[in-house]
Unconditional design. Structure first.
Length: 117
């Protein structure tokens, strides 16, 4: 299945959450001097959406509540983009990714998701 990353020329809330976990947190880690594995690639957007929609826990070791850093990042995001249904949905997608163990210990999206079809 293929998922939509943009609608009417704007990124969807899911795409925004995905990009934050794949790119945004890597950049923040680099700025903070936190090592992120150079060899790990994050899962594709389609795999990310499949995992979110299925709601299956990927990794119990990584499964946790969303981090305080993400809560702060979300406040900053909403200051720049406004508080809206879309921004709230973006944040709930981030929360779900953490709860399902899709995010590693450095806040970066993990490399793979395989559904138990």
């Amino acid at each position: 299945m293929s998922y939509i990353a943009a609608s009417n020329g704007r990124a969807t809330a899911e795409w925004s959450a995905y990009a934050h976990l794949v790119i945004g947190n890597r950049v923040q880690n680099e700025e903070r001097g936190i090592k992120t594995s150079d060899t790990s690639n994050s899962m594709s957007f389609d795999d990310f959406m499949g995992a979110i929609q299925k709601g299956e826990q990927l990794n119990s070791y990584n499964a946790r509540q969303i981090s305080n850093d993400e809560i702060l990042n979300n406040r900053i995001y909403e200051q720049h983009n406004g508080v809206s249904a879309e921004s709230k949905f973006r944040f709930s997608t981030l929360q779900k990714a953490y709860e399902l163990g899709l995010v590693d210990s450095t806040g970066v999206l993990t490399s793979s998701y395989r559904s138990k079809a």
